[in-house]
Structures are given as structure tokens and as C-alpha cells.
Design a binder for this molecule. Structure first.
Ligand code: HEM
Length: 510
């Protein structure tokens, strides 16, 4: 590139920046919340979203900013305004008074590549198509009634995985009777198999020919979830899109093709089976429903089915992420772990297998799950939202098009609401109605709240109960587990979770 071209690009960038900064809307800044410092020329605060230094992850940086600017402050992503809120009161206002106005997701050009042109429920704007798909998911897959019917799938999958773990223990056990296992993959496979069974009626064996296929499927779904939802440079400064800095758009296209190949194969298999009248998983139900109803005018039938099923499968990886953090917290808090196992011994005993009907009696375990979701929510910034109209929040005028983040991480550590907020104290949830007034929002809030919340809570309890009933767990040298995390769409543990397991039930119960 010659000097003239460089100078031209520089001038264009400068005028674009000056124009967006001095536009009439930005001149009315005095009615807007305090504007956070630290913006870079052109891209504004976008760099914060991509920072992966453990102490500079976006939710931590926003929490530090809130110390200076208060619980509501504004940012800039390129020329687009952004807003961060981090108090219970403001979350309540957002998810009640402003709910309708903040129920859209921003249109990200990059996400369009990977989300079947935004046909995925998690990425579409609020409207009739979103309502139709959401209702179908709510009624046919994730309602409480369905959940009770599906409890047996969950318990059967977990029992199968525990049997396989027992087999691994037999192969690897040392002189003191315990064996090393890496649990991130174990949780990942268990979660994938459970959700695949519910959505497309499929499971992968964890040994033999299917191991490679299962790993491929998990890698694709995980890569998809890591790439999606975070703005790329092309989203915030559209005329720089062609540069594809970091190669994110290329990775998105490649990942999308891999994911579409998997889901298209399953859809063809289902269509063939549907011709014989078989109908027992969610994809079958969708095929049946879409034969008689049209969801929106923009997408064809196959696109709606593939987009919805792949969104549910990949979105459920958040479960696996949370299970990893749950076991990490238990290993780092041995007294809590002991109490969980005492409760299992009292309520279930060691002479029989745990039944799914035992789960409702495990009140301490339920408190442990809630405390983990409080202290380490997998989505520390909730789901990205966009104001579809001008709106007043906390006495400030927020303009249409503003991108919204609710800092769930900080809100759930508010010392006014949660005494000793950084401590892992499940007792705070025992018999207390302290999480229903927007001080505990790990699944978001309002009409766009996570539809998988019931399944997720159920799954965390069932998996942890069956695992800890069947095995004692400890760290290899009784060292604390490393908590280093990376933030994509979810907050993921980046180092392995190596655990020593030893059986605690008679051999006949595995
Ligand atoms: C512990 C596990 C989970 C956590 C912490 C979690 C958290 C979240 C959060 C914070 C959101 C954004 C909500 C908002 O914008 O206010 C969300 C959305 C969503 N979640 Fe989950 N989730 C979990 C498990 C699941 C599961 C198991 C499924 C499906 C089987 C699922 C499916 C979805 C979908 C489809 C959306 C998009 C909803 C929409 O835009 O209307 N999630 N989740």
C-alpha cells in the first residue's frame, strides 16, 4: 500500500470518527448516563469485549468502571452507543418497565453468517417469528410438564455415563483405589448426549468408533458458540469489514458449514423416519408442526428446523460449562462437598441407586447449584440486547439502537444484597426467598429469559447428585483447582479439571 492510500484511509477514518462523535445525538450527551473513559479511536470500547487477560475480562472491566461511574454508564461500540447496568434496581427496571423495548438482539452482520441468516431464536429481533419459535420450544421441549416426562432421559443418560466412569476407574485405579479422570470432557459428552437425545434422538458412545464423531460434534458446537454473539470489527466499523481482522468471519463461515453438515444429515434421517409415522424427539415434532403452519415469511421450513435445533444443541453447552464450575467450587470448598454427600447418604443411602424421584428431596444440593450460579454465572453479561425505541432508564434517556449489557456478575455480588458476596455459602439459599426480585438473574430476565432454565437447573442437580452419590472426588494432590477462565459468550474454564475418583457404592449398583 503506498503512502497516498494510507493517508486517504487515515483521513476517512478520522472524519468517520469525528462525524459520529459530533453528530446531533451524541451532542445531547448531557441527558445520557456518564460516559466511560478508555474508548479507542474509531472502535470505542469494543476492545474490552475481546480482552482475554484473566483480570481484564469484560465483566471484570465493567465492574471496575462501575466503581468510577456508578451502576449505569454508557460506552461506544464503533459509532453505536452501548449501556452497562449493574444494580438490582436497574435490572428490575430493565426487565419489567422497559422489557418490551429491550427484547431485541442487535443485528450483527457477522452473526448472520453463522446463524442461518439470523433464523436462530437466540439471535433474531423481537417479533412474530421469534414468538412462534419460542412458543414451540416452550411447549414441546422445555415446559415443566415436559421436563418431568424427560427426567428419565436425564437420569438414564447420567447413570450410563457414571457406569462408563466406573469402567474407566477399573482400568486406571492406583494402589489406594482411586483413578484420575479429566472431567470437562466427561461433563461435555454427558450434556451433549442428553440434549442430542431430547432434540434429535441421538447419542454417541464414549468408547469405540463413535468417540471421534462425538468429539467432532462437540468441537463444532463449542466453536460455534464461542464465535457467535461477540461483535467483530466489521460490526462496529462496517467499512473495515473487508479486512476481517483476526479472521473471525472466515472462522465463522467454516464453522457454519461444519455445523450445517451435521444438522442436515440428521434432518434427512428424520424426514425418512417421519414418513413411517415415527415422532418422538423435538426435530420430529418440528417437522410435524411446520407441515401445517408457517413461521414467518423469510425462512423456508428446513432453515427454521435446522436453525432452531442447532441453536438448542449448541446453547445447551452452557450446562456443561456450569457443571464444570459447580464441581470446581465443590472441590475448592471441601466442607460443602462433605455436606452434599451427607445429604445423599441421609436421603438416599448407599444400598440402592439414586432415583429421579429423590432429586426433589436434595434441598442442600439445590442451594449449592443456586450459589454456584450466583457466584460464577456462565453468562456474566447476560444476553446481549438492543433498545428498539428510545427509553428512560434510571432517569436517563437511552436512545434507540443502544446495545445493552446487564452485568450479572457484579449484580450478583452486591454486598448490600449478598453478605460476604465473594464467599461460596450455599446456606444463604436454604429456605430463603432471596432470589426472586432481580438480585439473582443467571438466566437473564423478562420475555427473553433463557428458555432452558428449568432443564439447566434440573440437569445440574441430577448430574451432580448421581455423580457424588456414586463417587468420592478429590484433586490429585489436594491442591485447589485453578479458576482461570476465558470469556466468549460463556465464561469457560480454560485449564483441565483433573480429578481423582473412587467408588462409594457396592459394585452391583454401577
Ligand atoms: C446453566 C445453564 C444455562 C445458563 C446459565 C443459561 C443462560 C442464558 C442466558 C443468560 C441467556 C440470555 C437471556 C437474556 O437475554 O436475558 C440465555 C438464552 C438462551 N438460552 Fe440459556 N442458559 C443455560 C442453559 C440453556 C439450555 C440447557 C438451553 C436449551 C436446551 C438454553 C437455550 C437458550 C436459548 C434458546 C436462549 C435464547 C432465548 C431467546 O433469545 O429468546 N440455555 N441463556
Amino acid at each position: 500500500m503506498d503512502l497516498f492510500s494510507i493517508a486517504t484511509i487515515f483521513l476517512v477514518l478520522l472524519s468517520y470518527y469525528a462525524f459520529s462523535y459530533l453528530s446531533p445525538k451524541s451532542r445531547s450527551r448531557n441527558r445520557r448516563p456518564p460516559e466511560a473513559g478508555g474508548a479507542w479511536p474509531i472502535i470505542g470500547h469494543t476492545h474490552i469485549m475481546r480482552n482475554q487477560s484473566p483480570d481484564k475480562l469484560a465483566h471484570l472491566t465493567f465492574a471496575a468502571m462501575a466503581e468510577t461511574y456508578g451502576p449505569i454508564f454508557s460506552l461506544r461500540f464503533g459509532s453505536r452507543p452501548g449501556l452497562v447496568v449493574s444494580s438490582r434496581e436497574l435490572a428490575k427496571e430493565i426487565f419489567t418497565t422497559c422489557d418490551m423495548v429491550v427484547s431485541s438482539r442487535p443485528f450483527l452482520k457477522s452473526a448472520e453468517i453463522i446463524s442461518y441468516e439470523s433464523a436462530m431464536i437466540g439471535f433474531i429481533k423481537y417479533g412474530q417469528y421469534w414468538r412462534d419459535v419460542r412458543k414451540l420450544i416452550r411447549v414441546e421441549l422445555l415446559s415443566m410438564r415436559r421436563m418431568h416426562m424427560q427426567r428419565h432421559v436425564l437420569a438414564a443418560e447420567t447413570a450410563q455415563s457414571v457406569r462408563e466412569l466406573y469402567g474407566l476407574w477399573g482400568e486406571r485405579k492406583n494402589a489406594s483405589g482411586s483413578a484420575p479422570v479429566e472431567m470437562i470432557e466427561w461433563f461435555g459428552n454427558l450434556n451433549l448426549n442428553t440434549v442430542l437425545r431430547l432434540v434429535v434422538g441421538k447419542r454417541y458412545a464414549i468408547s469405540g468408533d463413535e468417540v471421534a464423531e462425538a468429539r467432532h460434534c462437540r468441537r463444532v458446537m463449542k466453536a460455534f458458540f464461542e464465535l457467535i454473539g461477540l461483535p467483530t470489527i466489521g460490526d462496529v466499523v462496517p467499512f473495515l469489514r473487508w479486512l476481517d481482522i483476526g479472521g473471525f468471519e472466515k472462522k465463522m463461515k467454516d464453522t457454519f458449514h461444519e455445523m450445517d453438515a451435521l444438522i442436515s444429515k440428521w434432518l434427512s434421517e428424520h424426514r425418512a423416519a417421519a414418513a413411517d409415522g415415527k415422532q418422538d424427539d423435538f426435530m420430529d415434532i418440528m417437522i410435524g408442526v411446520l407441515k401445517n403452519a408457517k413461521f414467518g415469511n423469510e425462512y423456508d421450513e428446513d432453515t427454521v428446523i435446522k436453525a432452531t435445533c442447532s441453536n438448542l444443541i449448541s446453547g445447551s453447552d452452557t450446562n456443561a460449562v456450569m457443571l464444570v464450575w459447580l464441581l470446581t467450587h465443590l472441590l475448592n470448598n471441601p466442607k460443602v462437598l462433605t455436606k452434599v454427600q451427607q445429604e445423599l447418604d441421609e436421603k438416599v443411602g448407599r444400598e440402592r441407586r439414586l432415583e429421579s424421584s429423590d432429586i426433589d428431596n436434595l434441598v442442600y444440593l439445590e442451594a449449592v447449584v443456586k450459589e454456584c450460579l450466583r457466584l460464577f454465572p456462565a453468562g456474566p453479561l447476560g444476553g446481549i440486547r438492543e433498545f428498539s425505541e428510545d427509553c428512560n432508564v434510571g432517569g436517563y434517556e437511552i436512545e434507540k439502537g443502544t446495545i445493552l449489557y446487564v452485568n450479572v456478575w457484579q449484580l450478583q455480588r452486591d454486598p448490600e444484597v449478598w453478605p460476604e458476596p465473594t464467599k461460596f455459602l450455599p446456606e444463604r439459599f436454604l429456605g430463603a426467598d432471596n432470589h426472586n426480585d432481580f438480585q439473582w438473574v443467571p438466566f437473564g430476565g423478562g420475555r427473553r429469559i433463557c428458555p432452558g432454565a428449568n432443564l439447566a437447573l434440573e440437569m445440574m442437580k441430577v448430574v451432580m447428585a448421581i455423580l457424588l452419590h456414586a463417587f468420592d472426588v478429590s484433586t490429585p494432590d489436594d491442591e485447589p483447582v485453578d479458576m482461570t477462565a476465558a470469556l466468549g459468550v460463556t465464561l469457560t474454564k480454560i485449564t483441565p479439571l483433573n480429578v481423582m475418583v473412587s467408588p462409594r457404592l457396592p459394585a452391583s449398583l454401577y
